[in-house]
Design a protein around this ligand. Sequence first.
Ligand SMILES: Cc1ncc(C[n+]2csc(CCOP(=O)(O)OP(=O)(O)O)c2C)c(N)n1
Length: 284
Amino acid sequence: MALRNHLPAEPDIAAIRAHATNMRRHILLMAEGPGQGYVGQGLGIADVLAALYFHELRHDPGDVRAPDRDRFVLSTGHYSIALWAALAEAGVIPLSELPTYGADDSRLDMSTLDTTPGVEIIGGSLGHGLGQGVGMALGLRLKQSAARVFVELSDGEMQEGATWEAAMSAGHFGLDNLVALIDCNGIQADGPVVLNMEPVADKWRAFGFATQEIDGNDLAAVLTALEEARRAEGRPHAIVLRTRPGKGVPTLENRERAHFVRVDAGEWAALRAELEREAEVSHG
Ligand SMILES: Cc1ncc(C[n+]2csc(CCOP(=O)(O)OP(=O)(O)O)c2C)c(N)n1
């Protein structure tokens, strides 16, 4: 498959939503094996990754190192479950591999390994993805490549100074081939995000980013924001995404301790049934 045109055609929302639901199915399947995982974050960010992998990103599942590919940099390494779901849904890794999530020697680690096809960086040590994305964007600009760099980072990572050093550089260099996707799901390891980040969007604006703030589980809004980001000439773009941990599985949406989910073996079937019920409603 050749790299897609830089300006994709009108998005097929129904098809992208179906991919997002499949990704959520993959996420539950992956976590059911070990009985645990970063399920909440995966379900929360699934709509954004579906919009990227099935519409916005210029990428070739058959050639994940193609020089002119758009780069998707997952800074929050423990969100790997969402990336494995997207890569499996896109055909980069086989669906049959999903049940190995978190197992010894699996390519589908609970954090990202850059030896897995389709992964750009190792993301386990938080706060470094944006800096690496800035380097990639600068390099691509030097090479006069039309490729763009999309960096996902979390609200927890905004508490790390390196994130803001990277943001300052992106603004300084006017990296209009860089899109920061900030997942504000409101939680970190032990509960709510510790430091007050608000007003998040104003902070990114102050660092020179053309900034939007949207509901990251509203697929139409995500697609529109990504389209808008193509027009950020002369400066980088930031999309502040308000997402809901556990989105699509009500029991998980309402869990208090949602950072790392452990579920008893007998309870996964009920979660899968919830996902199917919710999907039926949202697919209309
Ligand atoms: C540099 C660094 N410091 C601390 C950790 C430990 N850690 C792992 S996940 C996490 C929470 C980070 O917040 P966020 O990504 O917003 O949490 P989530 O939404 O996944 O709950 C922390 C502190 C780490 N992986 N890397």
